[in-house]
Design a protein around this ligand. Structure first.
Ligand code: GLN
Length: 232
């Protein structure tokens, strides 16, 4: 995925996060402002949201801008915890729904913005697709999200060219990593947004430094340097 977004807060309409802001994911799908790799994100889109404790997903292998049905339904879909993404497929990766974030293990929703050499990842039978992001997601699920920082630092060391920005949520925790891609944070009165790039020009957006883990819970936001977690 090339641009992703996470929300933890009060219930919000998916359209308010993904479609309505001036530089929303919808706009980022054809005119991203901070994307370093790929010009647009036309290879699919997905959103996962918690309905109580249950993660639900809507994914497509077509561009978000062409989805009139989602535009119609999104104002009526509300959640307190959301992971959404628009995709620019890495060369050689399949363009199919099963390669499109968010991925899930039934508890977590997870998106990957970046690329990783699949030969450094363990063989896994649970990946939804042969796409690097799907195999990476399965690896992270198998190791557990509590080990996310260590897993990313290890994989980033094994593949020095990897870009490993993860966005993951389980309904009460929103986790993100920065590893060679951009990420910004917006603390609003009603919740916290993490996004590959700001969806508007609000001066409250802050850039997250590279190689960090961000953890958002109901009462705090914590940033931890990823290199410092190596070898734990
Ligand atoms: N490598 C992933 C894919 O092909 C993600 C691509 C990206 O972040 N642009 O889907």
């Amino acid at each position: 995925m090339c641009r992703h977004l996470g929300w933890l807060g009060t219930e919000i309409a998916l359209s308010a996060l993904m479609l309505e802001p001036p530089q929303s994911l919808l706009v980022q799908s054809y005119a991203p402002r901070r994307q370093k790799h790929g010009l647009m994100n036309a290879d699919g889109w997905g959103v996962g949201f918690f309905d109580g404790a249950v993660p639900r997903r809507w994914r497509s292998a077509a561009p978000l801008w062409g989805d009139a049905s989602f535009g119609s339904v999104a104002p009526g879909l509300h959640s307190h915890c959301v992971v959404a993404a628009v995709r620019s497929a890495t060369v050689g990766m399949p363009i199919e729904i099963s390669a499109t974030a968010p991925f899930t293990d039934g508890q977590w929703l997870l998106s990957h913005n970046g690329v990783v050499d699949r030969s450094v990842l363990p063989l896994t039978a649970t990946a939804e697709s042969v796409c690097d992001s799907a195999i990476l997601a399965a690896t992270i699920f198998e190791r557990g999200l509590d080990a996310l920082a260590v897993t990313i630092a290890e994989i980033g060391t094994a593949d020095p060219l990897a870009r490993l920005n993860i966005m993951a949520a389980n309904g009460s925790r929103l986790l993100a990593t920065t590893w060679n891609e951009t990420l910004s944070i917006l603390r609003r009165p009603d919740g916290v947004v993490l996004a590959s790039e700001p969806y508007d020009d609000d001066s409250a957006w802050q850039d997250v430094p590279d190689r960090h883990l961000v953890e958002v819970t109901a009462d705090r936001v914590t940033l931890t340097a990823l290199d410092a977690t190596k070898g734990l």
